[in-house]
Design a protein around this ligand. Structure first.
Ligand code: GDP
Ligand code: MG
Length: 439
């Protein structure tokens, strides 16, 4: 899982533009990953439509490879669907938990109480489950482990009364987490019970607790709870297992809410505040999507900054010196391997690239670093007029820089090649050129 998506994406590595087939292939792999992660079919189709559309319509911005561009679109579209984590201010509040039996409500109640206590608040868990034998003991034990206040009544049989009493008894606490009973399925009595509890508790936030393994059933469940009490957020439990929790996205979509917490184990500390990038990466079986998205942004910003001190117009008017080349190399160095960077330059792929010698793009980081050192040993005059550098000067520069004469000559050849390339550009319309370089 995920590896086929990675494989497809790596085939895009050297491309500056995506063909329809490329996009088709990427979208197919993304669909496969999401369906395997239990994401609702209709959602997967919606997502892939918008990803496809944008990948074909939008050109990769300068400083961005086609691969990174498409990944960024995927990330943005998925973040759009999933949203940021549910807002939970660190202040007094009441939270109601809803969900089917076994989804992980009681465990999550204790975990969340633990989480709030670590944030410096004073939470209490109120257990209203009179339906499941042992519910009281289970909740009490977990709250003891979490070292948080607990209220329940093993002898009472009216959950609404327990809720009312519990809030009163724990009124000196600032965060109230009200746990409710579940059922094996959505039944009338469950719905009317939770509606009554909801009225008494009047929560600030109602969270729907879902097992990560929930599949296509999430949507109906979410709709029922949404209609009866209104859902503001989702908790996905048991993410420590094999299930990726994609089914919960249908609930998020259905309730127009977001995800609040993730449960990642059986102990009270196994809780994480939801954070979209990790979850998306997990769904797709790909790491570092957020980092990548940020890298693309950074590359765009730095390309922008570079424009401030490196004026393509000057180069087009006059000559291309080693100083110009050095600035270019420094800009490229920040963006990554040169053969990829070359593909990022709009309009540079295809025909122009084909006219270059095979090793023209073989400017490895090592060579770039050597070139830097070599240029440090050159005089200003040599940097401005590299054609004046003859055999004797090559010898001197090599000695001064500690690099081989071959390296020095490579630098000069590289410079001449780039100069030739720029001359070719000059044959193009001035405005074309400026648009291309400034993009
Ligand atoms: P409730 O019926 O909704 O209150 O669900 P419970 O809180 O009783 O949880 C049902 C079962 O799932 C229990 O055995 C819990 O230990 C287990 N469980 C809950 N959350 C997690 C989780 O994040 N990871 C794992 N591995 N088990 C969990
Ligand atoms: Mg329970």
């Amino acid at each position: 899982l995920g590896s086929s998506l990675r494989g497809t994406l790596s085939k895009l590595q050297g491309k500056s533009r995506l063909s329809e087939e490329d996009v088709q292939e990427v979208v197919k792999e993304i669909q496969r990953s999401l369906l395997q992660a239990d994401v609702d079919v209709a959602l997967v189709m919606d997502l892939s439509d918008s990803i496809k559309q944008r990948a074909l319509d939008e050109d990769p911005p300068a400083g961005t490879s086609a691969r990174d561009h498409v990944l960024r679109i995927v990330y943005e579209e998925m973040t759009d669907l999933i949203g940021e984590s549910t807002k939970l201010p660190l202040e007094p509040q009441t939270i109601l938990l809803a969900g089917l039996q076994g989804s992980g409500k009681t465990t999550s109640a204790a975990k969340m109480a633990w989480w709030f206590s670590k944030k410096g608040l004073r939470p209490a868990v109120i257990q209203t489950d009179t339906f499941r034998p042992g519910a009281y003991d289970q909740a009490k034990q977990m709250c003891e482990r979490a070292e948080v206040e607990f209220y329940g009544d093993p002898d009472a049989d009216d959950p609404v009364e327990i809720a009312r009493e519990g809030l009163e008894q724990t009124s000196e606490r600032d965060v109230h987490i009200v746990d409710t009973a579940g059922r094996h399925a959505l039944e009338e009595d469950l719905i009317s019970e939770i509606e009554e509890i909801n009225t008494v508790v009047d929560p600030d936030t109602s969270l729907l607790v879902l097992d990560a393994a929930i599949g296509q059933g999430a949507k109906d469940q979410a709709r029922e709870f949404e209609n009866s009490i209104g859902i503001n957020g989702v908790v996905i439990t048991k993410l420590d297992g094999t299930a990726k929790g994609g089914g919960a996205l249908a609930a998020v979509n259905e309730t127009d809410s977001t995800i609040a917490f993730l449960g990642t184990g059986e102990t009270v500390q196994d809780i994480e505040r939801f954070e979209p990038s990790g979850f998306i990466s997990r769904l797709l079986g790909m790491g570092d999507l957020k980092q990548l998205s940020e890298r693309v942004e950074r590359a765009m910003r730095e390309t922008q900054a570079e424009d401030d001190d490196w004026e393509p117009e000057d180069v087009m008017k006059g000559q291309f010196t080693l100083n110009d080349m050095r600035k270019q190399m420094q800009a490229m160095n920040r963006m990554g391997p040169l053969d990829q960077v070359i593909d990022m330059i709009p309009g540079f792929g295809g025909s122009i690239r084909d006219q270059l010698p095979d090793d023209a793009m073989d400017v490895t980081q090592d060579r770039l670093r050597d070139f830097e050192v070599v240029m440090d040993s050159m005089t200003d005059d040599e940097l401005e007029n590299p054609r004046s550098v003859g055999a004797e000067r090559v010898q001197r520069i090599a000695r001064g820089s500690g690099k081989s004469e071959d390296r020095v000559r490579e630098l000069l050849e590289q410079h001449q090649m780039m100069e030739r390339m720029l001359k070719q550009f000059q044959g193009m319309g001035d405005s074309d050129m400026q648009r291309m370089m400034k993009k």
